[in-house]
Design a protein around this ligand. Structure first.
Ligand code: HPA
Length: 275
């Protein structure tokens, strides 16, 4: 079936393919604030998002977004530095464009990182948390609308969206690196306002441990396209009302990503070394 979304994806994939250092086996999406901590690996190719036709270029201040293509150790990686969010007013087709592009390029694994607020009481700001599952509170699903049959089925199973195999690898990597890695369920909200304390209590009752404004659309799209997904969240702050005396600020989120970005990097490198 003719589908403009598919045409746009293949066009972007053709352009990006010609700029790659190596065809990717693993794609990594770095969350806001986490790109700086990860840095740009030596060698390889840097590709500005703007060079890819149809690609939704991030608008966040000072960051127009780029890809890095190359090998990290033995693994052919495509690194996405800077992503677009639903709260920016982007469509979910735009938000999931990169994840689908990775699938079209043949990447089998997507590693996503993000910053989140900690809902569960025994989580602290600065904790690295392995995402075990998610709750979609966006009120929409990125697969809504005609199915992209070339990517995956109409009714994709999400029971193991965060692949158990990769979670086991991540735990192994964390142990070996002596990095404390907690586990939790991530709930996605639209944002951009932070949640109210009542919303956080409701999310806690639903079984959520972390809250954030990204990741879920990308993960649904990647799982739909048959990719294995690994999600790692950095709890940058306690969610609203968890500490009744604290107010939430974007500054705290930035400060924590600066403080812990290098540890996230070390963990991801150790995971890649085990793939
Ligand atoms: N809520 C939503 N998104 C977030 C938070 C939060 O507390 N912290 C970082 N991203």
């Amino acid at each position: 079936m003719h589908d403009e979304r598919w045409e746009k994806l293949t066009k972007a994939a053709d352009a990006l393919r010609s700029l790659l250092d190596v065809p990717p086996a693993v794609a990594i999406t770095l969350g806001s604030g986490l790109s700086d901590g990860f840095g740009v690996p030596a060698g390889g190719a840097l590709i500005p998002c703007g060079e890819i036709p149809g690609f939704p270029v991030p608008t966040v201040a000072g960051h127009s977004g780029e890809f890095w293509s190359g090998r990290i150790g033995r693994v052919p990686v495509l690194l996405q530095r800077g992503r677009v969010h639903f709260y920016e007013g982007r469509t979910l087709d735009e938000v999931t464009f990169a994840a689908r592009l990775f699938a079209v390029l043949g990447a089998k694994i997507l590693i996503v990182t993000n910053a989140s607020g900690a809902i569960r009481e025994n989580l602290r700001a600065g904790d690295l948390v392995l995402i075990t599952d998610h709750i979609n509170m966006l009120g929409v699903n990125p697969l809504h609308g005609p199915n992209l049959d070339r990517l995956g089925p109409r009714f994709p199973d999400m029971s193991a969206a965060y692949t158990p195999r990769l979670r086991a690898l991540a735990r192994e990597a964390a142990n070996a690196e002596k990095i404390e890695l907690k586990e939790g369920v991530y709930v996605a909200t639209l944002g951009p306002s932070y949640e109210t304390p009542a919303e956080i209590r409701a999310f806690r009752a639903m079984g959520a441990d972390l809250v954030g404004m990204s990741t879920v659309p990308e993960v649904i799209a990647a799982a739909h396209a048959g990719m294995e997904v690994l999600g790692i969240s950095l709890a940058t702050n306690l969610a609203a009302g968890v500490d009744p005396n604290a107010a939430l600020s974007h500054d705290e989120v930035i400060e924590t990503t600066k403080r812990k970005g290098a540890e996230m990097r070390r963990l991801i490198l150790a995971i890649l070394a085990r793939l």
